[in-house]
Design a protein around this ligand. Structure first.
Ligand code: HEC
Ligand code: HEC
Ligand code: HEC
Ligand code: HEC
Ligand code: HEC
Length: 439
């Protein structure tokens, strides 16, 4: 089964036309931006334009994936594979491995205008792993059948307007056959996929405007913001949060029981999704007494298999593969949950490497099906709390406060690689409070 998976990546790299084109077959985004000014500005601010240059991407490719691909035959395909999604111009031009971002090659253009608008289809029945079919040239594929441009031909493409375009890069299978990115498959199986609410409907604003200087006025122009979890405003409020208790009063020394309800009413797939190996959503709960002293309240266990991975534990170490790949002697691992306070519930899907250790190396993942404790589209998760109120606590107001937070990458990893703090700092998704009377 493993042997088959190696050839799978090799076959895919060929099918995706590695080296069959050259940089000069593709126009630079700045050229398109001369006429498509607003779209260009939006694209430039989003992550598609930074898919190769972004610090953490550079670190993961050049310090982890590439060195491991050179040592371990099984993952050799990622040398080109990562670049097929993150620096498609370099991949299609056969510039593998590309030079680091500091060299300023055209790999730096990331997922550019001429990549998406030259894609005409996919070689897979259900797309994943850069299975796009690309035909660069003077024809730009788009959502209209009546647009006219002075410099290029236009073509209505159903594929451009479909979530399958996104799936060519947003779903990924590791060389070991594990499904390590499934945003499209989550969407498809969920309520939004069934209702036909597309990725484009939630990640590209549609508003009245002109696509280009000299273009027609449109009532539903597709903007190119592509906001996801890196945009705090997109994350804020993505999950509803509320606290409830049957009894709003408690005696000193008594048991306080309450629950937190979390409803994902806005995200079209699971949260977290995408780079699930490193994303965490977590709930911290405290009580604050009448004197302002605070007490951390741990979540009650539900008893499902693999639950330990979903409750923050400052003594748990993981990510040992990092030390192995970087050949660091005596490396014991990094804190599994970063700085998340002990006892907080973590909504996550842990990934495991061939040696059974938790990993953020999604290409070096054999299994991620042990536990999936994320919140699905329109799903509600309920967490229970029971806390023995200290005997010496002051009478009166006791505020219960819950913060729902999100991070792109565990802070332990962010600090280890000296990433800019914004790459791993906790982002607030929601907050809730409830007042209890202590008698
Ligand atoms: C990640 C893929 C992707 C990238 C990168 C991208 N586009 Fe698009 N573009 C789309 C999709 C998808 C649509 C259609 C949206 C829809 O169906 O609602 C679109 C629509 C358009 C339209 C037509 C808008 C309309 O509503 O009439 C223009 C013009 C356009 N893009 C230009 C550009 C330019 C210029 C760039 C680079 C600055 C760019 N695109 C980058 C995917 C992309
Ligand atoms: C000289 C100006 C100019 C340049 C440069 C230019 N375009 Fe356009 N483009 C237009 C105009 C005008 C339209 C028509 C817009 C309309 O009618 O809504 C258009 C339409 C489009 C559409 C919509 C196609 C459809 O039928 O839905 C896409 C996609 C597109 N351009 C992509 C690009 C890309 C990618 C580049 C860079 C390789 C680019 N354009 C460069 C002027 C330009
Ligand atoms: C050619 C590959 C490719 C295609 C096609 C593609 N994407 Fe992406 N997308 C990426 C990569 C790579 C990243 C990660 C950028 C990074 O963080 O380095 C990304 C990131 C994103 C993000 C995350 C932004 C954030 O703030 O975290 C969103 C949202 C997104 N894409 C939406 C879409 C949608 C919607 C489509 C289809 C219309 C699409 N993408 C098509 C490669 C692609
Ligand atoms: C109903 C609206 C909706 C639909 C449909 C939707 N998304 Fe999202 N997506 C969101 C929201 C809101 C967020 C921000 C919260 C988060 O990060 O999960 C998000 C986040 C993301 C992220 C960042 C995930 C992370 O944790 O890093 C990616 C990538 C993404 N979406 C891609 C897609 C793709 C691809 C599709 C289609 C297959 C899609 N989305 C469909 C609403 C939607
Ligand atoms: C099939 C396409 C695909 C392949 C192959 C791929 N990626 Fe990605 N990568 C993406 C997409 C899409 C995202 C954005 C998901 C999200 O926003 O959660 C992403 C996100 C990332 C991130 C997280 C960025 C952030 O800001 O948190 C890193 C780092 C990364 N990829 C590195 C790599 C490396 C290294 C490889 C090769 C081993 C690789 N990727 C292979 C599509 C791909």
């Amino acid at each position: 089964m493993f042997g088959l998976a190696v050839s799978l990546w090799a076959v895919q790299v060929n099918a995706a036309a590695m080296g069959r084109h050259s940089y000069s077959d593709f126009k630079k985004p700045g050229y398109c931006g001369m006429c498509h000014q607003e779209i260009f500005q939006e694209w430039q601010q989003g992550l598609m334009s930074q898919a190769f240059t972004h610090e953490w991407d550079q670190v993961e490719y050049f310090k982890l994936a590439l060195p491991q691909a050179r040592k371990l035959e099984k993952v050799a395909g990622v040398k080109a594979g990562c670049i097929a999604c993150h620096g498609p111009l370099a991949f299609l031009s056969g510039d593998i491995p590309p030079k680091p971002a500091s060299a300023g090659t055209r790999a730096n253009e990331g997922v550019s205008c001429d990549i998406c608008h030259s894609i005409t289809g996919t070689s897979e029945p259900v797309p994943f792993n850069f299975s796009y079919i690309i035909e660069p040239g003077n024809v730009k594929n788009g959502p209209r059948s009546d647009s006219q441009s002075p410099v290029h031909k236009t073509r209505y493409s159903k594929f451009t307007t479909s979530p399958e375009l996104c799936a060519t890069c947003h779903d990924e299978q590791s060389p070991y056959g594990a499904w390590v990115k499934t945003t499209y498959r989550e969407w498809k199986a969920g309520p939004y996929g069934k209702e036909g609410v597309r990725c484009q409907d939630c990640h590209m604003y549609h508003a009245a405007g002109k696509a280009a200087a000299g273009g027609k006025m449109r009532s539903d122009l597709a903007h190119h913001n592509f906001h996801g979890s890196h945009f705090p405003n997109k994350l804020a409020g993505a999950v509803d949060l509320a606290l409830y208790a049957r009894k709003k009063a408690v005696k000193r020394g008594g048991m306080l029981k309450f629950r937190a309800e979390l409803f994902n009413g806005k995200v079209g797939h699971y949260i977290p999704s995408g780079s699930t190996e490193e994303r965490m959503l977590w709930l911290e709960v405290w009580a604050i007494d009448a004197n302002g002293k605070s007490y951390k309240i741990p979540v009650s266990r539900k008893g499902f298999a693999g639950e330990d991975y979903t409750i923050a534990d400052s003594s748990a170490l993981a990510y040992q593969a990092i030390g192995e790949i970087m050949e660091i002697k005596g490396f014991k691992g990094l804190k599994r949950d970063g700085n998340i306070p002990d006892g907080a519930r973590i909504f996550r899907k842990p990934f495991f490497d061939p040696k059974g250790r938790m990993t953020v190396c999604q290409w070096y993942t054999v299994d991620n099906t042990k536990v999936d404790y994320r919140i699905g589209p329109r799903e509600t998760k309920i967490e229970q709390y029971s806390w023995k109120v200290p005997g010496g606590i002051p009478k009166g107001r006791l505020v219960i406060k819950a913060n729902l937070l999100y991070s792109e990458v565990p802070s332990s990893i962010g600090k280890f690689f000296k990433l800019p703090e914004k790459e791993y700092a906790p982002l607030l998704v929601n907050t809730a409070t409830m007042v209890i009377n202590v008698r």
